[in-house]
Design a protein. Structure first.
Length: 199
């Protein structure tokens, strides 16, 4: 798997990195959040050694959360090296070549900070995570060429209509910023942009 060369600070408690993966011909993106309990990785991909060392100086590693059955990525490697647990939705578990440490469900609050929002109709075990005014997405929403900010293309969805209805739940909560597993974060007016996309 491709390794990212550097991390980018979006906010003092939110860090982002991405790399182009030739095997799937797309950018893989991920982030880490500095929480009261430590550093939480969301859908992590590998980092070059210097960049990883920089990230690990920020806070003690605490957990990995996977937002989709498609996002095994480097989770098992991070778990082995850092000694931290993996969390994922039960429907995602069958897609992984490893066991997860904890399964998570709709409405659950993880590590006292992340609210789980199930997104059925997308990939297996698809979830979003709300933390304050930030929502972290797996595959249901993307933000990269050639699509721009868009819904996951229908050919990759289990049920596009069901996914779209599930995404409507997000409009009931306030948020300002979105991160994605494929694409750059939207750092302002994200809820307004999602409302326009679903209109």
């Amino acid at each position: 798997m491709a390794r990212a060369d550097e991390i980018h600070e979006i906010r003092p408690d939110l860090f982002f990195w991405q790399a182009y993966e030739p095997a799937v011909k797309t950018e893989l993106s991920c982030c880490a959040c500095r929480t009261a309990k430590g550093l939480v990785f969301i859908d992590p991909i590998p980092l070059q050694k210097a960049a990883e060392a920089e990230l690990l100086e920020i806070a003690e590693p605490r957990a990995i959360i996977l937002t989709s059955g498609n996002h095994a990525r480097a989770a098992e490697d991070y778990r082995k090296r850092l000694g931290i647990p993996i969390y994922a939705h039960p429907d995602a578990v069958a897609e992984f070549s490893f066991a997860v440490d904890h399964t998570i469900s709709e409405g659950e609050t993880l590590l006292d900070e992340f609210t789980v929002i199930a997104i059925p109709g997308a990939a297996a075990g698809e979830i979003a995570l709300q933390r304050g005014d930030v929502v972290h997405f797996g595959d249901a929403l993307i933000h990269q060429p050639p699509y721009g900010f868009a819904l996951l293309p229908d050919k990759y969805c289990a049920d596009p209509r069901e996914m779209r209805q599930a995404l409507g739940k997000l409009l009931r909560i306030p948020f300002e910023l979105l991160t994605f597993a494929h694409g750059l974060p939207i750092v302002a007016h994200a809820r307004q942009r999602l409302s326009q996309l679903l209109a």
